[in-house]
Design a protein around this ligand. Structure first.
Ligand SMILES: [Zn+2]
Length: 261
């Protein structure tokens, strides 16, 4: 979830070899373990919704990608950027194969919280949004902006397709003891989830206040950046993308307050 994919695209690579895996053809084809056929259909539905909707919201040509729905026992064979397998149950996006891939576990890690009907679709759309953003070269940005973008995008998809987020948002811990601004570096899985959830709250609030057009502006603003984006620039960039009053609104948000000393 916090992994943005390797900065260096692995051109010339092929799809991962997963003998026995079946393929569900769609805009985002799903390669899946045969016993996960039902799950593949469910996930394929979320992918189709997210792919179409993000393409519309962002007015971009969607990236050519595939999804791997991995059986638990095959997790170590999933395509990835590093040699060692990632912790089980955490979806991610990787450009280590061609086409680039969303890797989805058969079961989400228990780290994913709150658990509601929205948890899985939000997670799928989050990874999909990473794939859209990384469809072009992207400079380094602070962790909060890098993860805010897919969180706000997944909330925007939920709005468009009529998936209510009320229950999910109401169950988020709004005071985990830190704010998103200083978050980065090694952190426990629980804090990672709190970080993501705060960004979802921020994204949902931004959509409420400014509508969804800021997302397209944010994607393009990030694509146009040529130097590493520091915290100050990240705030300016997002504040301006939000629209009139955006910068003031952003600094007023509890999620972005300075770290308590
Ligand atoms: Zn992420």
């Amino acid at each position: 979830m916090g992994r943005a994919g390797s900065a260096v695209a692995a051109r010339g690579r092929r799809e991962a070899a997963l003998p026995g895996y079946e393929r569900l053809n769609a805009d985002v084809p799903v390669l899946y373990a045969p016993r996960l056929a039902w799950k593949a259909t469910e996930v394929g539905g979320y992918l189709a919704q997210g792919y179409r909707t993000l393409g519309q919201i962002l007015s971009v040509e969607p990236p050519g990608i595939v999804a791997y729905l991995m059986a638990g026992e095959d997790w170590h064979r999933a395509p990835r950027d590093n040699a060692r397998p990632y912790p089980p149950g955490l979806p991610y996006f990787t450009r280590s194969v061609e086409p680039p891939a969303l890797v989805l576990p058969e079961k989400l890690s228990t780290v994913f919280w709150p658990r509601t009907a929205a948890t899985l679709p939000l997670t799928v759309w989050h990874e999909l949004a990473h794939a859209f953003l990384l469809g072009r070269e992207v400079v380094r940005t602070p962790a909060w902006l890098r993860e805010f973008v897919p969180q706000a995008a997944s909330a925007a998809v939920a709005r468009r397709v009529g998936l209510p987020l009320g229950e999910y948002l109401s169950r988020i811990d709004r005071d985990p003891g830190f704010t998103v601004r200083g978050f980065g570096g090694p952190a426990g899985a629980g804090d990672q989830m709190s970080f993501q959830n705060m960004l979802l709250l921020l994204g949902a609030a931004a959509l409420e206040e400014f509508g969804e057009d800021f997302l397209r502006r944010t994607f393009y603003a990030i694509w146009e950046e040529e130097e590493i984006v520091d915290g100050e620039r990240a705030e300016e960039l997002l504040g301006d993308a939000l629209g009139p009053g955006g910068r003031e609104w952003l600094v007023s948000r509890p999620e972005l307050q300075e770290e308590p000393l």
